[in-house]
Design a binder for this molecule. Structure first.
Ligand SMILES: *Cc1c(COP(=O)(O)O)cnc(C)c1O
Ligand code: SF4
Length: 338
């Protein structure tokens, strides 16, 4: 498939997942709004170049392939295309006060018993509504040496039972570094659970490679993956395979979604998403109300509408398929039920 790899303007259909490494998939991802429009046969007037300058486009071909060419309202496209509404004023740079809750640089603790380690600052996709889209990642240390101070801060803290790897996307770290990190955490007897917050299995499913599966299997801790899927169209066979492989290694796979105006705000969207999730053995965990981050307020759905959607889900689905509708409020000791 070398001809495909070297030609970044190949058609949407021509891209093949299975024989391209995840690193290669990162390299060939679309990083230019105009190229994204051309690939999907969308008029360039849909693109907001100024917003792109603030938060660049990053969309892997594996994800783009699930979009409908010619549809400017495709629910996956709208998650990655810089749009006119992003220039509206309002919103916050750090909507959930991540900067005020660092135990050490890159290590957040907001809730009892669990810490969140931002072990990577890069993502496998850039989501326009990202609550960390303005986060000063350049200040976060990455690499095993720089993680040491974070690890030291909970190495002997018996109150911490769970470590969440986040970022960015924690799986952008290479497997050698990740293996060392997990090995180190594995040796702390009080840490009973490892949680990985990642979009990789969705947007570049081949990231669930043999090496990753090996260290998951080797972990002494209970391992949870929390994916981030917002629309049923994001679920395809390659994701199903990745989830099955994780499940075979004993991983529990959960999903968090964000409720987004124009993308998944119809009751039928959420119904299809939750139904498809449980068919794939992914448990819906949270449905988040949008964090009011600058540049993303146009995605907001009001609480009454959000509650009506979840009530609809409850009336149609088994209890385990209904996510908890929550909002993050700074200073609260958990995500807050809406
Ligand atoms: C959201 C979040 C968590 C996870 O919360 P759960 O309710 O355990 O899923 C943990 N730490 C931080 C800093 C968070 O923002
Ligand atoms: S993958 Fe997560 S952290 Fe990365 S841009 Fe998307 S929402 Fe933000």
């Amino acid at each position: 498939m070398a001809t495909i790899l070297t030609n970044s303007t190949n058609s949407v259909e021509a891209c093949s997942d299975t024989d391209v490494s995840w690193q290669r998939a990162m390299k060939r991802a679309i990083r230019d709004g105009i190229e994204l429009c051309e690939k999907l046969q969308i008029d360039r007037s849909e693109l907001n170049r100024a917003a792109e300058g603030e938060f660049p486009v990053f969309a892997p071909l594996e994800y783009i392939r699930r979009m409908s060419p010619g549809d400017p309202n495709d629910p996956l496209l709208l998650q990655v295309l810089p749009q006119a509404a992003e220039s509206q004023s309002g919103g916050l740079l750090d909507p959930v006060d991540d900067l005020g809750n660092q135990r050490s640089s890159g290590l957040l603790q907001k809730y009892p018993g669990r810490v969140l380690l931002m072990n990577s600052t890069a993502c496998a996709v850039h989501c326009r509504y990202c609550f960390r889209r303005h986060f000063p990642y350049s200040d976060v240390p990455v690499g095993i040496d720089s993680w040491t101070s974070s690890l030291d801060s909970f190495r002997h803290d018996e109150s911490i039972r769970e470590v969440i790897l986040s970022g960015g996307d924690p799986l952008t770290s290479n497997d050698v570094m990740l293996g060392q990190l997990i090995d180190t955490i594995n040796k702390m007897p009080h840490i009973r659970r490892l949680r990985i917050h990642t979009r990789f299995p969705v947007v570049i499913p081949q990231r669930v490679c043999e090496t990753l599966l090996e260290w998951v299997q080797a972990a002494r801790m209970a391992v949870y993956f929390v994916l981030h899927i917002n629309h049923a169209n994001e679920i395809d066979e390659s994701l199903r395979v990745a989830v099955r492989q994780l499940a075979q290694k004993g991983v529990t796979v959960l999903n968090q979604a964000v409720l987004l105006r124009g993308i998944n705000d119809q009751p039928s969207d959420q119904l299809a998403l939750c139904e498809e999730l449980i068919n794939t053995q992914i448990l819906p965990y949270y449905l988040h109300q949008l964090d009011p981050v600058q540049g993303a307020l146009h995605y907001e759905v009001c609480d009454a509408e959000a509650q009506a959607i979840v009530n609809h889900l409850r009336s149609q689905l088994p209890g385990y398929a209904v996510p908890k509708l929550v909002r993050e409020i700074s200073g609260e000791s958990s995500k807050t039920p809406v």
